[in-house]
Design a protein around this ligand. Structure first.
Ligand SMILES: *[C@@H]1O[C@H](CO)[C@@H](O)[C@H](O)[C@H]1NC(C)=O
Length: 418
């Protein structure tokens, strides 16, 4: 258990460091922002911030001229209270094996997401279905709509303010497929808005009143009922909070047995978080945990609030929503956000073995972008319309895969030396 414990220590210590770096870096040189502001690019504002504070954040996060977004995608319910701890785990079953991999027993307890079959069957149906109605609200930005489809299902239709958002959303979805973590993302298809086309005929009048350009490519993401908010896992939450409210002097090294002290439910959630952090690092998605870390500068308790674009399904599994900041937008803003994304990745030294394996394969094959393109073209009929990553973005993707691989090797070496 020593190794597992130290891996946990590394994880938590890394987040301390991150919180401290975030605070030091962000508090310097800027006026104290309005308290109580929580904003993300999906626009969830717990309290309306002053225009100035909002502008500061938005200016950093988005393109000029981009309107502010509407209410969050599915914050229908407040975050649930912290999950009560299960009885302590028996000593017999360490949560980590081989120094850096989640145990198979833990992985087996991760609630299932969208299976490949379920996703494929919804996508087939959604591509053929007619859009019966379009409603405002519930799907993020004010230009997005919640669509009811003729097959009875619902989908969030996202209209990109610029093409890179829809492209980023679609490519991130297929990259998740390449990494073997796609079950955590709602199935996603591209669609072309055509007021005269059969698919959109029932909502022709709504389309006339919408900001959507005829012929625009939008994304259709399967709607998921009864999602609830997700707060960052306990170790991160506690330490980030301590760092923000009382300064680094309150930070105390955690004992090596820290991971063992976590409940089964917390460990199962951390398994999913480890995939999320790898995914967000590779795609350079700044609009999730990273945007919360950013908000630490004006909201010391932000780590105890809901994480942007991350929700919990009724079965307890995490759902990675709204990935439009990934790959394209994120790569354009690397300089700004990697100071969060990179330490966040470095703070994680326990992985799902299958994910580490995929990363290793993509590293060895040196063709992550080519594999992504192949998958995208195979699975998405409209892949050709939005275009693909530029050569430079393709290189960045490979570099980031390589970086994750190197980091995993580093964790492995560290664990072996204990
Ligand atoms: C969502 O919640 C409502 C009300 O609690 C319930 O009736 C419904 O069955 C739930 N749907 C799913 C898919 O869990």
């Amino acid at each position: 258990m020593r190794r597992a414990g130290l891996a946990g220590l590394g994880l938590v210590a890394g987040l301390w460091l991150l919180a401290v770096v975030a605070l030091a870096g962000l508090w310097s040189g800027r006026g104290a922002p309005e308290p109580g502001v929580e904003a993300t690019s999906s626009g969830r504002l717990l309290r309306p911030p002053s225009q100035a504070a909002q502008k500061t954040f938005r200016a950093l996060l988005t393109l000029p001229g981009q309107p502010l977004e509407g209410p969050g995608e599915s914050g229908q319910e407040p975050p649930p209270p912290p999950v009560p701890a299960d009885p302590p785990r028996g000593v017999a079953e360490p949560p980590v094996r081989g120094g850096i991999f989640w145990s198979r027993a833990l992985e087996a307890q991760v609630p299932p997401g969208f299976s490949a079959e379920e996703a494929a069957s919804w996508l087939r149906a959604a591509r053929e279905a007619r859009v019966v109605s379009l409603e405002r609200g519930g799907c993020g930005r004010s230009s997005n709509r919640l669509a009811r489809l003729s097959d009875g299902s619902r989908a969030c239709v996202r209209y990109g303010i610029n093409a890179e958002q829809i492209q980023g959303e679609a490519l991130s979805y297929h990259l998740a497929g390449l990494l073997g973590i796609q079950e955590r993302l709602p199935p996603l298809a591209l669609a072309r808005v055509e007021a005269r086309g059969g698919q959109w005929a029932p909502v022709r009048d709504e389309l006339r009143g919408s900001p959507w350009a005829d012929g625009a490519v939008v994304s259709l993401a399967r709607w998921v009922d009864n999602l609830t908010d997700v707060v960052a896992p306990a170790p991160w939450r506690a330490e980030a909070g301590a760092a923000a409210t009382s300064g680094p002097r309150r930070l105390q090294p955690l004992s090596a047995g820290e991971l063992r002290g976590l409940s089964q439910a917390q460990l199962v959630e951390l398994v999913q978080w480890s995939d999320l952090i790898v995914f967000d690092y590779v795609t350079a998605n700044f609009d999730r945990l990273v945007s919360n870390l950013f908000s630490l500068q004006w909201d010391p308790r932000v780590m105890q609030r809901a994480t942007s674009n991350l929700h919990r399904a009724p079965n307890g599994g995490l759902v990675f929503l709204d990935n439009e900041a990934g790959l394209v937008h994120g790569y354009r803003l690397l300089a700004m956000w990697d100071k969060y994304n990179e330490p966040l990745l470095r703070s994680v030294c326990v992985f799902r073995e299958a994910t580490a394996q995929r990363v290793r394969e993509l590293h060895r094959a040196r063709n992550a972008a080519a594999q992504l393109l192949h998958l995208y073209r195979t699975r998405e009929p409209l892949a050709g319309v939005l275009g693909f990553l530029s050569e430079q973005q393709a290189q960045l993707l490979q570099d980031r895969v390589d970086f994750v691989h190197k980091h995993i090797l580093h964790c492995k070496a560290k664990a072996a030396s204990l």
